[in-house]
Design a binder for this molecule. Structure first.
Ligand SMILES: [Zn+2]
Length: 250
C-alpha cells in the first residue's frame, strides 16, 4: 500500500502453515425457493446470505456477552453437508467452543430480528460498514447484496414479502447452482482458515479467560501467542498480588 494514496501496489498469497480449529457452530439452511425469490428481483442470493452472516456476527455483542471476534462465519450457496443447499454457518472462535454458538442458536429469532433491523434501518442504499460490510471479511466484502439480505430475512422470519426499491441489474451476479452436483468446499474452507488465522492472531487476551487452552503450539505464530498469553497471565498474577498486598496493608 502506498502511504497517503491508499493505492494497493500488489496482493500476494502468503505461505502460512494451516491452522485447524475444532469448534461448535450452528447453521441456517435455505431451501431453493429462497434462491428463486431473490433471483426474481434480479438480486444476488450469495451476496444476500453473505451480508446476513456479517451483520449477524456484528450484532452478536448486542444480544450476547460476546465480542465480534468471538464468533466467525461462513456462508455458501451450495454446501456439501447440507445436500447442496445454501447455508450460513456461525462458529465459536475458540478451541472446543465456549458456548457462543449455543447461546446464539438459543436466541436465533431475536438475533435475526435485530439483524434485519440493522440492515433495513441503515440509511445507505447498497450496504456500508455500518450494516453489511465486515472489517474482518476474508473475501474483501464480496459478494454483498443488502436488498437480497432483506428479502431473505423477511421470508425467514415469516414477514410480509419485502419488495426492493428498484431492481437494478448486477454487473457480475454470483452464479448459484441449484443442482445436486457435488461441490468443492475448498474455497469456503480456505476462507475459514484465513479468518481463523486472523482471529487467532488478534485474540491472545481473550483466550486467557477461556476454559480451553491450546496445549501444544503447532506453528511459530501459535507459539508467539502462547508466549504472549503466559506473559499476560504473569502480569495478571503480579497485579493481583500487588492488589492483595495493598488491601492487606490498609
Ligand atoms: Zn449501511
Amino acid at each position: 500500500m502506498l502511504l497517503g494514496t491508499d493505492e494497493v501496489n500488489g496482493e500476494y498469497q502468503l505461505d502460512m502453515p494451516p491452522l485447524t480449529l475444532e469448534t461448535v457452530s450452528f447453521w441456517l439452511e435455505f431451501p431453493v425457493r429462497f434462491i428463486d425469490l431473490v433471483q426474481n428481483y434480479n438480486l444476488d442470493f450469495a451476496g444476500g446470505i453473505h451480508a446476513i452472516e456479517h451483520t449477524l456476527i456484528a450484532i452478536f455483542p448486542l444480544r450476547l456477552l460476546a465480542d465480534r471476534n468471538d464468533v466467525g462465519g461462513v456462508s455458501t450457496p451450495n454446501h456439501i453437508d447440507l445436500q447442496e443447499k445454501a447455508g450460513i454457518f456461525i462458529y465459536d472462535g475458540h478451541q472446543g467452543g465456549v458456548g457462543y454458538a449455543e447461546k446464539g442458536f438459543e436466541k436465533i429469532s431475536d438475533v435475526l430480528e435485530v439483524t434485519l433491523k440493522a440492515i433495513k434501518g441503515c440509511p445507505c442504499t447498497d450496504g456500508c460498514p455500518s450494516c453489511i460490510q465486515s472489517p474482518k471479511c476474508g473475501n474483501h466484502n464480496k459478494p454483498l447484496d443488502k436488498h437480497a439480505a432483506i428479502v431473505i430475512l423477511h421470508e425467514l422470519l415469516g414477514k410480509s414479502p419485502y419488495v426492493p426499491p428498484k431492481p437494478t441489474p448486477k454487473k457480475n451476479p454470483t452464479v448459484v447452482k441449484k443442482h445436486d452436483k457435488p461441490v468443492d468446499t475448498g474455497a469456503a474452507l480456505k476462507r475459514v482458515k484465513r479468518q481463523l488465522r486472523k482471529d487467532t492472531l488478534k485474540k491472545p487476551i481473550v483466550m486467557v479467560n477461556t476454559k480451553v487452552k491450546p496445549k501444544k503450539a503447532a506453528s511459530l505464530e501459535e507459539q508467539k501467542i502462547l508466549d504472549r498469553i503466559k506473559e499476560i497471565e504473569e502480569l495478571q498474577r503480579q497485579h493481583e498480588a500487588k492488589k492483595k498486598l495493598k488491601s492487606d496493608n490498609s
